[in-house]
Design a protein around this ligand. Structure first.
Ligand code: ACM
Length: 539
């Protein structure tokens, strides 16, 4: 039953794949899925290639009503073939009117090939997980195409700040779905802030009894005053484990962040007796925007023990390679006024209070290094730690570059450290994306447009010998101004697609006019997946 082979040649259009594959050639004709199209996958440890294919087949069936049935490779019309010579996340996808063959070395490569395949279908409904779609006569075809693809960078991330506002599990799952569709593979979950602590730590229950709640939903700034309503929320460890599994199923690693010792007023308010530099003063979860000076007392051994205990619980909940300890915007005034901190600075032989922060991290790093191998994590810090002497932390730390990002990343690379590019301008996709009057209250004047985000060139002019230090790119979303998930989505999309392409597609293949053309197919996806998006770039 190879009727699909004889379909007439249809008009050829260039498929709208985002991120653009590194090589793609279209051919003549198309492949048509039928009811009972045969599918096969090669054996792989844990049967994880079959697992990827099964999930696709289920979703495909739910949307199209066409059942895909398991078969042998020789009989199959869609065949997932193990090819260990390909790059870790890379794949080949060959579609001709008779057969679709996908090759990859690893399950992630097959997963990404199937994301591409779903974008080649006549509707984004399968990708969106829509239960029904289109018309009864819609033909589920794929254009003949030959794709060889692999990502430019291994780190393709998105960060969401839930410290300022809390959105909840279902929202995170939705974001993870869209990330996976764009082949993003790191979800950096910013879980703690001055304004809220969002992850249960069993040894310190007050972090969420006290630190997850505040007396205002909006955060005060300028004319905006705290509104007095009780507001907050947090993830239990069980919730977080559910999200971990959801992310793993989509080949996304979660990078949990506890931002310490700065941006920690919610923690300080929970345990002022050992976290505050001035425990005799009152401390509350912050109701305002900005950078609080109420930082953790890094010279108190109990505060160091606290951080070690938090790390212990996080490594149990998040079974991934990295842990982010923050480190941005940490004012040192309170340390400068504290005799124990003054003394400790002398003891470590420095006059730079930033080095107290590094000394704090060094103790946490040693604690981490003493764990069994499967519980060890690589540590990530924001680029302000470069203002101190990072030598005591060795070379196995990663610098996330945001302020003066290109220069900071290069500084990190020259110190022999790995780095990730998340430039405030233009990759902070919480900033206004246009100057239209419909734009929500947020930071910036609208100059971080889809085009500006797209046109940022990662690793521009970086000498070849430093390039291996650049792990990749990441978009960040800070939520001081954003109380509701719909506005998060509106600001995220479609700019996240632009960052995803920078992370995946070779620079020489990227051009905004072409991206804008391909982007037009995405509004159907956003509508069907139920996410809001900036509509002004859609015709
Ligand atoms: C940051 O934007 N404070 C990392």
């Amino acid at each position: 039953m190879l009727a699909a082979c004889f379909l007439p040649v249809s008009a050829q259009t260039t498929p709208s794949v985002i991120p653009l594959p590194s090589q793609m050639q279209t051919g003549l004709g198309e492949f048509q899925f039928q009811n009972k199209t045969k599918i096969a996958a090669d054996a792989y440890p844990g049967d994880s290639i079959w697992w990827v294919l099964d999930r696709f087949a289920r979703q495909f069936g739910e949307t199209t009503g066409l059942k895909l049935v398991k078969s042998k490779p020789s009989k199959a019309a869609l065949y997932l073939k193990h090819n260990p010579t390909l790059a870790a996340e890379g794949y080949r996808l060959d579609v001709n009117p008779c057969k679709v063959v996908i090759e990859a070395a690893r399950p992630a490569g097959f997963f990404y090939a199937l994301q591409t395949l779903q974008q080649l279908l006549p509707s984004r409904a399968v990708m969106a997980g829509a239960k029904t779609c289109c018309t009864a006569t819609t033909q589920w075809t794929l254009p003949s195409v030959s794709i060889t693809d692999a990502p430019r960078f291994g780190w393709r991330g998105f960060m969401l700040d839930e410290g300022r506002h809390f959105y909840g599990k279902e929202e995170i799952k939705k974001l993870l779905d869209v990330m996976a569709a764009y082949k993003l593979n790191r979800f950096h979950w910013h879980l703690t802030e001055d304004q809220g602590w969002r992850i249960e730590i069993k040894k310190y229950p007050k972090l969420t009894e006290v630190g997850a709640w505040r007396d205002s939903k909006v955060l005060g700034w300028g004319d905006v005053k705290p509104d007095g309503q009780r507001y907050g929320g947090f993830y239990t460890q069980e919730d977080a484990r559910e999200i971990v599994q959801y992310a793993r199923d989509r080949f996304i690693e979660i990078v949990p962040e506890v931002d310490i010792p700065g941006h920690s007023q919610a923690a300080v308010a929970s345990y002022p007796e050992f976290l505050a530099c001035d425990s005799h003063n009152p401390h509350e979860v912050w109701l305002w925007q900005g950078v609080s000076t109420d930082v953790i007392n890094v010279s108190n051994p109990q505060a160091v023990q606290f951080a070690k205990d938090v790390i212990d619980e996080l490594t149990e909940v998040f079974p991934f390679g990295y842990l982010h300890l923050g480190g941005d915007e940490c004012p040192t005034q309170k340390w400068e006024q504290n005799p124990v901190c003054q003394q400790q600075l002398k003891t470590i032989g420095s006059k730079n209070y930033r080095d107290l922060q590094i000394n704090f991290y060094r103790q946490l790093q040693e604690h981490m290094a003493a764990k069994p191998a499967d519980k060890q994590r690589h540590l990530i810090f924001w680029n302000e730690v470069l203002h101190g002497n990072t030598a005591p932390l060795g070379k196995d730390i990663t610098i996330m570059a945001w302020v003066g990002a290109d220069g900071a990343a290069r500084d990190a690379a020259q110190r022999g450290l790995n780095t990730i590019l998340s430039p405030q301008i233009p990759y902070y996709i919480n900033r206004r994306q246009s100057n239209l009057p419909t734009e929500p209250r947020s930071q910036g004047n609208g100059s971080e447009t889809v085009e500006a985000v797209y046109n940022y060139v990662p690793m521009n002019g970086v000498p070849a010998e430093l390039q291996p230090r650049y792990l990749g790119v990441q978009a960040n979303f800070w939520t001081e101004w954003v109380e509701d998930a719909a506005t998060v989505q509106y600001l995220m999309f479609p700019r996240l697609a632009a960052v995803a392409e920078a992370g995946w597609t070779p620079q020489e293949r990227r051009a905004y006019p072409d991206f804008l053309k391909r982007l037009q197919a995405e509004d159907e996806y956003y509508m069907l997946r139920g996410v809001k998006y900036g509509k002004h770039v859609f015709k």
